[in-house]
Every structure is written in structure tokens, then in C-alpha cells.
Unconditional design. Structure first.
Length: 256
């Protein structure tokens, strides 16, 4: 099981949030991760990565596979120089587990976690849990999150699990292509319920369509942000003492 970091970590300082890095072993995504870590280090910030950090992750055996060795080295290096890194696993990397944490020093959250930033309660998740209208997906998600799947993933030979992961990915792309936007839209009542419960800000990724919306008082009155996928232009959200700002690493890369 993922190590839970549930509970309200009250934290001061600078926080950077990014989602959907979709690291694929290629240089472009890896260099962008490097730039994000460099930025976090320069700002003395903690880094919160909201899922689909890896385009696919087929369990602890992936640690031995050369595909992500340099990415893992970058994450390990970040933690080693004092950048706290938290990952909330997404639908593509839900098999990230305690072995990954031990190997990298990255903290893992469960499905969702909460953080207090500048006095505000911030709810962090990948976002796939908000796709409740998607009954088939949620059924598949429950199946994939069963302990037996984790057990299998840590005991099957890497080649077999790798082939399974690739097949799953093809399946998921095939299914997503047929879905209409309505089904893929985040479920408002689920988010409003969090606001009603006292959450001030809900941040997620997953939907691949950026959004920044203030809910009405009748819907709990919080702020709902879907982050632009980091993989597009290196987008990240920055919070410092209640001040929020949006950035893109690509602009800095182009200026360099
Ligand atoms: Mn996703």
C-alpha cells in the first residue's frame, strides 16, 4: 500500500504544484522535471506532484527497469538537496508504493491528501476520483486498486508486467477516445461536498483542461483549480502565504 500522508500538514513557506508530467523516459520530459526541481530548490519550495507523474508505472519492478533510472535519480537528488517531494498517484502510476518511496525519498499520499497553505485548507488529488459519472472507469479503478493487483505487480517478472501495463494503456487510450466531454467533466457535487466540509481550495490534474473557478456560496464557495498538464508547457502553480501565481517553465526555457 502507498504510505498514507493523510492528515493536515500545516506548512508555511513556498509550495509548487504540478500535475500530469507523463514522464516517458524521453529527454524532453526529463529535462523539464530537472528544471522544475531546480526551480523548487532555488525557491526553497516543496514540490507536490498530482499524479500521472509517470506515463506508466508497472509497480516496484519498474525500479529495476532502465526506462526511468535517470528520472528516479533526479527525484532522489531533489530530496537529497532538501526539496520535499510529495506524489499523489494518478491513474497511470497508481502502483507507486512504499518501495518507490524507500528508493527515492519521495513521500506518497493516498488517493487524496490535505495541506494548509497560508491558513487555507487545500485538498490535493489527481482528479480521477471526481470523474464519478464514468461508471466503467470507476469500476475498473476499484479492480486495479485491489491488493491482489499490487501483489501481482510486485511478484511478476518485469517483462510480463510491462506488457500488461502497455496493454492497459492502449485500452485506456482507446476508451478515452470514445468518451464525450460530459462524462470526462469533473463531478461538481463531489467537489462542492469538500467545500461544504470546510476545504478552501481543491487542486487536481487529470482532466487535461485547465480550469480556475470560484464555486457559488450555495456550492460551498471554494476555489476549484484543474492544473494545465505539466507535460504541455511546464505549467506549475505556486503558493506562498496565500498568494497564488501561475508559471510555465517553457517560457524560461525559450528565453534562455
Ligand atoms: Mn490522469
Amino acid at each position: 500500500m502507498a504510505e498514507s500522508t493523510e492528515g493536515r500538514g500545516a506548512s508555511s513557506g513556498v509550495h509548487l504544484f504540478a500535475a500530469d508530467l507523463h514522464l516517458d523516459g524521453g529527454e524532453v520530459s526529463r529535462e523539464r522535471l530537472r528544471a522544475l526541481i531546480r526551480t523548487a530548490h532555488a525557491e526553497g519550495a516543496s514540490l507536490h506532484l498530482l499524479g500521472d507523474v509517470f506515463h506508466y508505472w508497472f509497480g516496484p519492478r519498474h525500479l529495476d527497469h532502465p526506462m526511468f533510472h535517470r528520472e528516479l535519480e533526479l527525484l532522489r537528488g531533489a530530496v537529497a538537496i532538501g526539496v520535499p517531494v510529495l506524489i499523489v498517484p494518478g491513474n497511470r502510476d497508481f502502483l507507486l508504493d512504499a518501495e518507490f518511496s524507500r528508493a527515492t525519498g519521495v513521500r506518497l499520499a493516498a488517493d487524496a491528501t490535505e495541506l494548509v497553505v497560508g491558513g487555507e485548507r487545500v485538498h490535493l488529488s489527481h482528479g480521477d476520483l471526481f470523474g464519478v459519472a464514468d461508471v466503467r472507469y470507476q469500476r475498473m479503478r476499484r479492480l486495479l486498486h485491489a491488493p491482489v493487483v499490487r501483489w501481482l505487480a510486485s511478484h511478476l517478472p518485469a517483462a510480463i508486467v510491462g506488457a500488461l501495463a502497455r496493454r492497459l494503456r492502449r485500452h485506456s487510450e482507446h476508451v478515452v477516445a470514445r468518451k464525450d466531454a460530459e462524462v470526462l467533466a469533473p463531478d461538481r457535487p463531489s467537489i462542492a461536498a469538500l467545500f461544504t466540509d470546510g476545504v478552501d481550495v481543491v487542486i487536481c490534474g487529470h482532466f487535461h483542461q485547465a480550469r480556475d473557478e470560484r464555486f457559488s456560496p450555495g456550492e460551498g464557495g471554494g476555489r476549484f483549480r484543474v492544473l494545465e498538464p505539466f507535460e504541455d508547457h511546464g505549467y506549475y502553480l505556486r503558493a506562498r502565504d496565500g498568494e497564488w501565481s501561475e508559471h510555465r517553465l517553457a517560457a524560461a526555457e525559450e528565453a534562455a
